[in-house]
Design a protein around this ligand. Sequence first.
Ligand code: PLP
Length: 373
Amino acid sequence: MAFPISRRQLAGALGATVGAAVLGPLADHVAEASLSRGQSTDLIQLNSNENPYGASPRALEALARSGGAASRYPDANEEEARDAIARHHGVAIDQVVLGAGSSDILRMADSAFLTAGKTVVAAGATFEAVLAYARVTKAEAVKVPLTADHRHDLPAMAARCDSRTGLVYVCNPNNPTGTVVHGDELDAFYPRVPRSAVILVDEAYHHFVESPKYRTAVDAIGKFPNVIVARTFSKIYGVAGMRLGYSISSTENAETLRSHASFSNVNASALAIAVASLADTGHVPQERKRLNDTRRWLCAELDRDGRTHMPSETNFVMIHVGRDVAPLIAQFRERKILVGRRFAPLPEWLRISIGTREETAAFLTALRTLVPA
Ligand code: PLP
């Protein structure tokens, strides 16, 4: 796979002064990192919903500068990052908890709010980390099937919550379906969940959403202090490899979550990247536009073929292929294209992450060969 940004583009993006100082080693470092992501270099990676264009140049600059912090524990950097995140959301710094990726936040929530005898309620097809981590706690998983239009069935999920429920997980937008639940549906859901249960809303793909019916759950925390929102820098911000996520919650829940975190769980470079990423206010809209444009282009081509796909508000699309996807995944792999894994309740659906336009076009060509319309 080609390095997504050339040295020249990087120089332009960084500006002359910074560029001169960091470009040589940084470009080499980033190119090398990009080429060695645990995969052979000629693979097109459309399997993990990452941003193929990577981080903002300002974030890469912060990464290059962060080496000086390597010898010290990152307490001050942590404070700075939490403060930047709090200001970004208009909340108090005490409401922010950092994680090594938002998966770490999900793990902390399981550890904090689940025990044997408790239940964790989640959608029938959703991001599985919460249920996977919950196994350690011996809590019982309650899976609620999706609606016919592949969305969370919030009334059914509320109906499955009772005094034993420790956690109810709402992934919005949902992975792997790419669908959203609406703000007014969440407004009706919150009061129906017992206050003793934590409502964990995972907004990993928040920035891609265009539906006017969607609303972030951050604004619900004031009224429903049992709501915790998880966010990540792994998706639109393009720094999945740095492992940084966070939660916004009531101060009390933040304290509880933090008591289940390991000390200094986020490294200084990731923290520097977080601050720079948030400061670069142009990066997210730019990434949102180019990835959503490519998704729209792909979906239009799928429509032209007469293929069924789910309506996505994210940087991935679920495509119906009319047969079990397991062998198909292997066939794509033979063509050096990595596609999403098989999701048990949706065995005939293939999840494809949006890559660059060229990568996405290469996927479409392979799809047309392997699964003629
Ligand atoms: N939540 C959702 C819905 C995801 O799809 C992912 C990753 O794919 C994550 C959380 C975890 O992301 P990270 O741990 O990299 O922040």
